[in-house]
Design a protein around this ligand. Structure first.
Ligand code: HPA
Length: 261
């Protein structure tokens, strides 16, 4: 089953049937919002607004563990993450879609594992049939993320983007920064030299946690602005919001097409 983490209005799509809204509590606390269960052509798609409806949670204070745990409880095994990013690669333009294939992690303060050694909430794992298999004697876990994104889901994303005729790049390196402030021009210049193509604040630890629970994960981002210092102008939240609004219909089409693969 597919789970989609993204903006708050994404599930309101013609042809997509609303089935239920589910409020969950998890050993890690409350997810950002209710999970919205929908159906499209016989397949269930479960949506979760990453920042909560009303944009309540800034990137560094999102309860990523609760969000991912909740999806797993609902038997989601594939996650599509939709996000806004700044463009660092000079070939990327505002409005382009980017499929990530690697990430760089520059976050600082976030809980980024379910496996906390002696502090692991073992009872909660054991009580949870779905995930107890991941614990067993493995309280300290170092997952392999050499290839963090699912190659099949990335291919499906590319097929959908191609079919829909949207402008996209497929091998993006996403650098995750801590935020909530935007980057300095010097930071972006440095991040570029180490290989970053796009910059955002939410991919990590979302992807890491999903991978810890054995889920497949793909990320599609919209370049909402050129990153700090590239254009020589100040960045505003308005340009990010405006671009995401402009791209909403395309994102919805992409999700539906992708869900059929
Ligand atoms: N930096 C970090 N996160 C972002 C940006 C940016 O320029 N644009 C959208 N999300």
């Amino acid at each position: 089953m597919l789970g989609v983490i993204g903006g708050s209005g994404l599930y309101k799509i013609e042809g997509l049937k609303l089935i239920d809204e589910v409020e969950l509590n998890t050993p890690w606390g409350k997810p950002s919002d209710k999970y919205i269960i929908t159906e499209y052509k016989g397949n269930k798609i479960i949506f979760l607004p990453r920042h909560g409806r009303g944009h309540l949670y800034p990137p560094h204070l999102i309860n990523y563990r609760a969000n991912i745990w909740g999806f797993r409880k609902l038997e989601v095994n594939k996650i599509l993450s939709v996000s806004a990013v700044g463009g660092i690669n000079e070939n990327y333009k505002p409005g382009d879609f980017v499929i990530s294939y690697q990430f760089l992690d520059f976050t600082k303060t976030r809980a980024s594992t379910f496996f906390e050694g002696i502090y692991t909430k073992e009872d909660d794992y054991i009580k949870d049939d779905l995930v107890s298999q991941y614990l067993k004697d493995k309280r300290v876990v170092h997952i392999d993320v050499s290839d963090p994104f699912c190659p099949e889901l990335r291919n499906s994303l590319e097929n959908s983007l191609k079919k829909l005729g949207f402008s996209y790049h497929k091998n993006g390196v996403y650098v995750a920064t801590e935020g909530p402030r935007l980057e300095t021009a010097a930071e972006i210049k440095a991040l570029k030299t180490i290989g970053a193509d796009i910059v955002g604040m939410t991919l990590v630890p979302e992807i890491v946690l999903a991978r810890e629970l054995g889920m497949h994960f793909a990320s599609v981002s919209v370049v909402t602005n050129l990153a700090a210092g590239i254009k020589g102008e100040k960045l505003t939240s308005e340009e990010v919001i405006e671009m995401m609004e402009r791209k909403t219909e395309e994102i919805k089409k992409l999700i539906l097409d992708f869900s059929e693969n």
